[in-house]
Design a protein around this ligand. Structure first.
Ligand SMILES: [Zn+2]
Length: 399
C-alpha cells in the first residue's frame, strides 16, 4: 500500500474510534472493535495512541460476558477546551466549553446599540479574557453571529443589526489569538447545538431548528451535518414575504417579511399599535412599556387582543414551517427563541397551521418540540463543530 493511503486509512480508523468515544460515556476495546468492524489489534493500537495523547483514559472494569472482565475507557472531557461566542441581539455571550459540551466561565456583555467597530471591540474584550484563562488547553474559537455568513472564508457578508458588511471576522480572530476559528450563522450554530446536546434527539440524523426571537431563522441539519446551501444561507426564512399587501416595513428593506409578522419585535409592535388605537386590553392598565414579559402574562390570562396577536404570529410561523417540511420532509423540528415563552398554546397554533398547510402524510409524521438548551445553543453548536474536527485534538500533527 502507498504510504499516503496507509496514513489516510490510519487517520480514518482513528476518527472512527474517536467518534465512538464522543458518543459513549464508557466503552471497552472489544466493544469498539465490534462497533467499528476493526480488528482488536488495530483498536488497541489506536487506543494506545489516544491514551498517550491524553484524550482517552481507563476509568474502570466492566462486567464480564464470560472471559476476563473488560477495562472500560472514556474520553477525557477536559483534555481540550474550546471557546464558543454567541453574538446575539442585545447580548454577546462567550464561554469555555469542554469536549463533552460542559460550559464554564461564561462572560456576558449587554450590547444594545453597539455596532460596527465597537461591536468588534466588544467581542474581542470577551475573547481576550476567555483566551487568557485557558491558554494551554484551547484548540479553537467558534463564533455564531446573526446575518449572512461565508463560513468557508470566515467572512460576515452582512449582519444588519451589527452593521457589519464583508467583515473578515475569522481572519481578525485567528491572527489575534493564533488559533483556528470558525464563524457561522447563529441559527445554523444553534441547530448543531441542539443536534449534539439537546434532549430530544431525532431518530434520523436530520433536524430543523427554527429560532423565533428578535429575528427569525432556521438551521438545517442533514445526516448530522449543517446544511448551508450553495450560498451559505440555507434556512434564512425570516425574510420570505408572507404578506403581499399592506405589510410592515422590514429591516431588510422589504415589506411583509415573516419577521415583521411572527417575531418578538413584531408582536410587541403590533400590541403597541393596537393599544394606541384604543383597543381594550389588560396591557392598558399600566403606563409601563409593552414588553414580552407583560405580553406572556396577558396571553396566559387570555387577554383577547394579545391572544389574537400571538395566535396570528403563530399561524404565520406555522405556514413558513410547512414550506420547510414540504421541501425537506424532515420529521424533527425544534422551536427556539423568545417566542417559545408563549408556551404550549402558541406551539399548538404553530403545529396546527403546519399540519393544515402540508400533505397529511408529511404533517402527521412531523414532530414539533421546543429546544432544551436555552441560552447556550449557539455556544455549544459552534464549539461542537471545532471538537468534531478531530485533527485539532491531536498534539502530534495528523499523519
Ligand atoms: Zn425582511
Amino acid at each position: 500500500m502507498e504510504k499516503a493511503t496507509r496514513q489516510q486509512l490510519k487517520k480514518q480508523n482513528r476518527d472512527l474510534v474517536l467518534k465512538i468515544f464522543f458518543e459513549t460515556a464508557q466503552i471497552s476495546r472489544a466493544e469498539i472493535a465490534r462497533m467499528t468492524g476493526l480488528t482488536r489489534t488495530t483498536v488497541s493500537d489506536i487506543v494506545a495512541d489516544l491514551v498517550s495523547e491524553g484524550l482517552v483514559n481507563e476509568v474502570g472494569i466492566g462486567v464480564s460476558t464470560g472471559g476476563k472482565s473488560p477495562i472500560l475507557l472514556s474520553l477525557v472531557e477536559d483534555a481540550h477546551t474550546i471557546i464558543g461566542l454567541d453574538l446575539a441581539y442585545n447580548q454577546f455571550r462567550g464561554a469555555v466549553v469542554d469536549l463533552r459540551g460542559q460550559i464554564r466561565n461564561v462572560i456576558s456583555l449587554p450590547v444594545s446599540d453597539t455596532t460596527g467597530s465597537q461591536a468588534i471591540e466588544a467581542a474581542l474584550g470577551i475573547l481576550d479574557q476567555l483566551v487568557s484563562s485557558e491558554k494551554d488547553s484551547l484548540i479553537g474559537i467558534g463564533v455564531g453571529t446573526p446575518g449572512l455568513i461565508n463560513s468557508e472564508d470566515g467572512v460576515v457578508v452582512t449582519a444588519v443589526n451589527l452593521q457589519w458588511k464583508s467583515l473578515p471576522l475569522g481572519k481578525i480572530l485567528s491572527e489575534r489569538y493564533k488559533l483556528p476559528v470558525i464563524v457561522l450563522n447563529d441559527c445554523q450554530a444553534a441547530a448543531m447545538g441542539e443536534f449534539k446536546f439537546g434532549e430530544t434527539l431525532p431518530a434520523s440524523r436530520n433536524m430543523i431548528v427554527v429560532r423565533a426571537g428578535h429575528g427569525i431563522g432556521a438551521g438545517v441539519i442533514i445526516d448530522g451535518k449543517i446544511f448551508q446551501g450553495d450560498g451559505g444561507s440555507a434556512g434564512e426564512i425570516g425574510h420570505v414575504v408572507m404578506l403581499k399587501d399592506g405589510g410592515q416595513l422590514c429591516r431588510c428593506g422589504k415589506t411583509g417579511c415573516l419577521e415583521t409578522l411572527a417575531s418578538v419585535r413584531a408582536v410587541v409592535q403590533s400590541a403597541q399599535n393596537r393599544l394606541e388605537n384604543g383597543e381594550t386590553t389588560c396591557l392598558k392598565i399600566s403606563d409601563l412599556p409593552i414588553t414580552v414579559d407583560r405580553m406572556v402574562e396577558a396571553y396566559q390570562a387570555r387577554d383577547r387582543m394579545v391572544v389574537e396577536i400571538i395566535d396570528e404570529a403563530g399561524k404565520f410561523l406555522g405556514g413558513a414551517i410547512a414550506i420547510l417540511v414540504s421541501t425537506l420532509n424532515i420529521h424533527h423540528i425544534i422551536l427556539m427563541g423568545e417566542m417559545t415563552r408563549f408556551g404550549d398554546r402558541w406551539l399548538d397554533v404553530v403545529y396546527q397551521t403546519m399540519m393544515k398547510s402540508t400533505l397529511p402524510h408529511q404533517g402527521r409524521d412531523t414532530h414539533l418540540h421546543t429546544g432544551t438548551l436555552r441560552d447556550n445553543d449557539v455556544i455549544l453548536g459552534a464549539s461542537a463543530l471545532l471538537a468534531g474536527n478531530y485533527a485539532l485534538l491531536m498534539r502530534q500533527p495528523s499523519p
